[in-house]
Design a protein around this ligand. Sequence first.
Ligand code: MEV
Length: 421
Amino acid sequence: MTQQEKTSQVSGFYKLSIKKRIEFVKQFAGLNQEETKLFASALDEATADRMIENVLGTFELPLGIAVNFKINGKEYLIPMATEESSVVAAASNAAKIARLHGGFTTESTEPLMIGQMQLLNAPDVVQAAEEILSNKDKLLGLANAQDKILVNLGGGAKDLEVRILDSPLGKMIVTHLIVDVRDAMGANAVNTMCEALAPLIEELTGGKIRLKILSNLADKRLVRARAVFDKEKLGGDKVVDAFLQSYTLAVIDPYRAATHNKGIMNGIDSLIIATGNDFRAIEAGAHCYAARDGCYTSLTKYYKDKNGDLVGEIELPMAVGIVGGASSMHPKAKLSKRILGIKSAQELGEIVAALGLAQNFAAVYALSTVGIQKGHMSLHAKNIAVMAGATGNLIDKVADQLVKENKIKLDRAKELVAQFT
Ligand code: MEV
């Protein structure tokens, strides 16, 4: 596939055999034979044994591909590891609609992570805070001496911030070390630096450092995505209004916002897992960011533009890496990065944001129109049709009939397969 021919837009991808789907991805991403074989392989025991403790084996999840994604004018096939049906199909469908207005546009901040150092028992908190700030250069120098490679790559400790907090134990000082972690998730680099700074901060202030650890509220490492969803394609003004009514509940009510944001994470986590990243870190950062103004709310925003089309936007912290940890060790994580064709952690983070927006749009669109069960049921019917032996166009024919009869059962599917062939 040449660069000009390369498109992620494909219809009826689900009807292809797994072999044909792999062939498509192989052509798209320029995978070699060895890489192609990885799709059918499990993580080897020796690698698993190095990753965690007390290993007995591995635990598999389905790995699917979301199609139709165009982000900043570039074509992407997005690997998604998830146990939940409908998620991959919904993301692909949302991306198809977004393409009508050029796909997704994204942006991100520099990859700045925050490390926290908690200081207790300082004889004078104000003086201690001043002491830390006036020794900023010395502290940053010591932090950067811990990771010469990161500094050579243009990253490293960039700044210090000091907060004085009231607590049931009295006042405490929390020093934030701001570190540009480049293409890493950053936890190791940041934690090492914080641990190295602790004795110097104690010496400067006369206090005692207790906690020294990265913050998962990575609010200096943000990603944003935006897309326009065509009014006519959605079904007209009334549907856009219905969408905005549904969305508004997520803005005002934490009970709905939790579910709304869970739908966003359906997409986000699946790509985070497929690339060997830390989905708990992303979840923690996202939900905390959603409550940053004191009330938990939607991570996405929607409104109508002057043409009446629906505009969707998302902004959230994104501590992802493309080097280090499982992202460099797990063969399927490496394969996912090859399929994405990404050059930096920032690029990965922006794709994650676009996917989260797509997933959320698809869920709220379904909820505002036909409801969520219809999609689930038709997908379930397709799975049953395949289990009954249907292939190619027969899958849809059998599935449609099962849905029409409201009888999504394997024995009936087998009868239909026999009848239609
Ligand atoms: C289900 O996994 C996700 C949804 O509940 C999200 C939503 O309600 O927006 C469908």
